[in-house]
Design a protein around this ligand. Structure first.
Ligand code: DAH
Length: 333
């Protein structure tokens, strides 16, 4: 047997096993297998050593001791390495000065919504909520929007393919928050004074001021003597509360199926006017649809675009910013 080769094999195997041990238990196994006093591989080598002729023994013994030292030292180094406490990748370095963990913020639209609700509750309006998946009754029929009205064109709405299967008529993603007017009046006796803020959906071409999902605030006030003057007062006060006392507002004659008369609500911006929503006196047909008596109560309603207000206050030019989740935009609020 080539003793030199045997020694080299031992060293190779031992070093490989030491390097492969990944924890203290594995390393201990390696120690027992190679360096164990009773039946380790080193012990076997020692036995072989006893059989070499006496004149070769000093030289072979020296080689044996060298290998034993190298392997033992490698084993000890590995043990120290495995015992070293692990530093977590996410550990905070307490020696660094003044690290402030990043704090989150509310999205600018959420901030606007919260502020709108706060302003309107000061005016005595309760906050209501309603579903985003609607039936045609609440989105159109009860709002006096006839079958052949362009707003009901399937291509201008997000109708759901599952609607017919589910029964109860077609369903769509609501195209306006005016649905809430119906839902609230169906469930309550007048007087009513509510706002509702939520998402609406229309398959519009996306541009700087239009998105296929956007937010509206619907307002509704119904009672024995609600007039156009009440409507104009509330909207003017609201615009002043959000945009500042010096805001100039304008009411422009318009048409909506669910209000009569109807107006467009504009605020002045620079040399021009920016349209912020529609409003009007609740159409008697709508009052009848929910079981109210138009001879006893009247009401006003309005629907405003949330993003438009926020864009106006902060001089934001592109509505896409609200939905792109770019921190460079969001962190400015
Ligand atoms: N629902 C209308 C829209 O989405 C906005 C609107 C106009 C709401 C007049 C109203 C209203 O309540 O009275 O374009």
């Amino acid at each position: 047997m080539d003793l030199g080769q045997t020694f080299a094999n031992f060293q190779n195997l031992a070093m490989t096993a030491i390097a492969a041990a990944t924890n203290a238990a594995e390393l201990e196994q390696v120690r027992i297998e190679f360096l164990g006093k009773k039946q380790g591989k080193l012990k076997d080598l020692q036995t072989v050593l006893g059989q070499v002729p006496a004149e070769q023994r000093p030289e072979v013994g020296k080689r044996f001791n060298e290998i034993k030292d190298v392997v033992t030292q490698a084993w000890e180094e590995r043990q120290q390495l495995l015992n070293r406490p692990k530093v977590a990748a996410t550990a905070i370095d307490l020696t660094l000065p003044g690290i402030r963990p990043a704090t989150g913020k509310l999205h600018p639209l959420t901030q606007t919504i919260n502020e709108f609700q706060e302003i309107m509750s000061r005016f005595g309006f309760e906050v209501e909520d309603g579903p985003e998946i609607e039936d045609e009754w609440h989105n159109f029929v009860a709002l006096n929007i006839p079958d052949d009205h362009p707003a009901r064109d399937p291509l201008d709405n997000f109708y759901l393919a599952t609607a017919a299967v589910a029964g109860g008529g077609p369903r769509l993603l609501r195209s306006q928050t005016s649905t809430i007017q119906i839902r609230v009046m169906e469930n309550r006796k007048p007087p009513v004074r509510i706002v509702s803020i939520g998402r609406v959906y229309r398959p519009d071409e996306i541009d700087d001021t239009h998105h296929l999902m956007f937010h509206q605030m619907e307002g509704l006030m119904v009672g024995p003597d609600v007039t156009m003057a009440s409507l104009k007062t509330v909207l003017r006060l609201f615009a002043a509360a959000y945009l500042g006392e010096d805001v100039h507002v304008r009411f422009r004659p318009s048409f909506f199926p669910f209000t009569e008369p109807s107006v467009e609500f504009d605020v002045q911006r620079g040399d021009g006017w920016l349209e912020l929503g529609g409003a009007g006196m609740v159409d008697p047909n709508v009052l009848k649809a929910v079981g109210y008596n138009p001879d006893e109560v009247s009401g006003f309603a309005f629907g405003l675009g949330i993003a438009r207000f926020c864009m106006m206050r902060h001089d934001i030019k592109n509505i896409r910013h609200f939905y792109s989740n770019d921190l460079r935009f969001l962190q400015q609020f």
